[in-house]
Design a protein around this ligand. Structure first.
Ligand code: ATP
Length: 235
């Protein structure tokens, strides 16, 4: 097991956003968290990546409790997040954005090898490496955000709504890329509102409702479940 989250309780002031979330991610898996707006999906990812601190609960990553570690230390341990809304640096070039993703590794050779790998995976980013990131299309920005996370050579990637705001054809492309990244050995925890797509590439999933996990199981099992179909897959 790569990640084990137990009884996470997270508050925003008086708002009790996560009410005891427990989940596991095994090495090599794609695990998805699905749920409606405001269910707590992003909060779960932000807490795992060290951007938010839980009031209670533990996050065991590679056998070690990482609660309280600074976010950059967590990245160094091989756990990278691709944030919702991508958050690329609009006024830096594509290449500069990617290089920033490798800031935890100071080794120039490793950085240029990483860059080469990302450009192999995303030829479109290679062509546009000198372009300002803010002028990329939505799909290209999502590729850049994923590429930037890959530059840190993560073992586990937390992906927050990669399909957000993308045309259906690009959603398909992004999901194909996620599947490839997983097949090449990176474990993935995927948050999505697009439950259909998420369950189509995931091995297992968890359903979140107002800060609690209400259902969990194999991706196929969830996709066929009456409750999931009604709530998230349009009947
Ligand atoms: P979405 O799909 O809309 O992004 P989500 O499942 O990711 O939803 P979260 O963003 O984790 O949901 O939000 C969980 C709850 O915490 C919501 O009720 C939200 O309003 C609240 N919340 C999130 N961020 C903050 C914040 N910075 N301050 C106060 N409340 C917040």
């Amino acid at each position: 097991m790569l990640l084990k989250v137990e009884e996470l309780n997270v508050y925003y002031g008086a708002i009790h956003a996560l009410k005891g979330i427990s989940l596991e991610v095994n090495e090599g898996e794609i695990v998805t968290l699905i749920g409606a707006n405001g269910a707590g999906k992003s909060t779960t990812l932000k807490t795992i990546s060290g951007l938010l601190r839980p009031r209670k609960g533990s996050i065991i990553y590679k056998g070690r409790n990482i609660v309280g570690l600074p976010a950059q230390e967590i990245v160094k341990l091989g756990l990278s997040q691709v944030p919702e809304g991508r958050r690329i640096f609009a006024n830096l070039t594509v290449r500069e954005n990617l290089e920033l993703g490798a800031y935890v590794h100071r080794d120039r050779v490793k950085i240029s090898k990483g860059l080469e790998e990302v450009f192999d995976r995303f030829p479109r980013l290679k062509e546009r490496q000198k372009q300002m990131a803010g002028t990329l299309s939505g799909g290209e920005q999502q590729m850049l955000a994923i590429g930037r996370a890959l530059m840190a050579r993560p073992k586990l990637i937390l992906l927050d709504e990669p399909s957000m705001g993308l045309a259906p054809i690009l959603v398909q492309e992004i999901f194909n890329i996620i599947r490839e990244i997983n097949e090449q050995g990176t474990t993935i925890l995927l948050v999505e509102q697009n439950a259909n797509m998420a369950l189509s590439i995931a091995h297992r999933g968890y359903v979140l409702e107002t800060g609690r996990i209400t259902l969990q199981g194999g991706a196929g099992e969830l996709a066929n479940s009456e409750a999931v179909r009604k709530a998230y897959l349009g009947g």
